[in-house]
Design a protein around this ligand. Structure first.
Ligand code: AMP
Length: 204
């Protein structure tokens, strides 16, 4: 199964991506994680991406698209994948569609995690990661950067919802609730774990 997980920063995409990908037995591919690993490893890609990430801006398409193309060409992604954090612009979505088309494939479903903005700001400002046993705040989770990332999401990524809806691929999931509740809604929308009776995508 080939799935895209869409949703604003703080919607719980990373957590849900890991669980859902495990249920589907496909790799969870997070462009944010790949960028962060490159920043930590001080690779050329990481050095190029860091300035944009620190500012809460999107990394330019020429960097992002080449990276995703390479990742999707790896053997573990051949039979399916769950993309977390990609695509983030209509141009990226079009590129993804044509890359998959060239491989004779297409997306099966796009899941959008829906959370209102007030809740997102609350979640992001309290969010911490564990690095070397220490709880740290991501640089881009600082309040001013959070506000900017949400604006970038509204302007550049939110239009993907309509794009995928018009392709008949979109399922919108209410992402307020426990991790387990949100996972159950997502799996139902994917037709896994029983699914809904019509076999159609669920909506909020
Ligand atoms: P995330 O962990 O998905 O919130 O991503 C963290 C940061 O990585 C974003 O704020 C962007 O700077 C960069 N990034 C991740 N995915 C993409 C993408 N698809 N296009 C452009 N930049 C991205």
């Amino acid at each position: 199964m080939r799935v895209v997980l869409l949703g604003p920063p703080g919607a719980g995409k990373g957590t849900q991506a890991q669980i859902i990908a495990g249920e589907l037995s496909v790799p969870a591919i997070s462009t944010g994680d790949i960028f962060r690993a490159n920043v930590s490893g001080q690779t050329e890609l990481g050095l190029k991406a860091k300035t944009y990430m620190d500012a809460g801006d999107l990394v330019p398409d020429e960097i992002t698209l080449a990276m995703v193309k390479d990742r999707l060409a790896e053997p573990d992604a051949k039979a399916g994948f769950l993309l977390d954090g990609f695509p983030r612009t209509i141009a990226q979505a079009e590129q993804l569609r044509s890359s998959l088309h060239d491989l004779g494939n297409a997306l099966d479903r796009v899941l959008e995690l829906v959370v209102d903005e007030e809740e997102l700001v609350r979640r992001l400002s309290g969010r911490r990661m564990v690095v070397d046993g220490q709880e740290v705040q991501r640089d881009d989770d600082k309040p001013e950067t959070v506000r900017h990332r949400l604006k970038v999401y509204r302007e550049q990524t939110a239009p993907l919802s309509g794009f995928y809806d018009s392709e008949g691929l979109l399922a919108r999931i209410d992402a307020i609730g426990s991790v387990e509740e949100v996972t159950a809604r997502a799996l139902r929308a994917l037709g896994v774990d029983g699914g809904d009776e019509s076999g159609q995508p669920a909506s909020v």
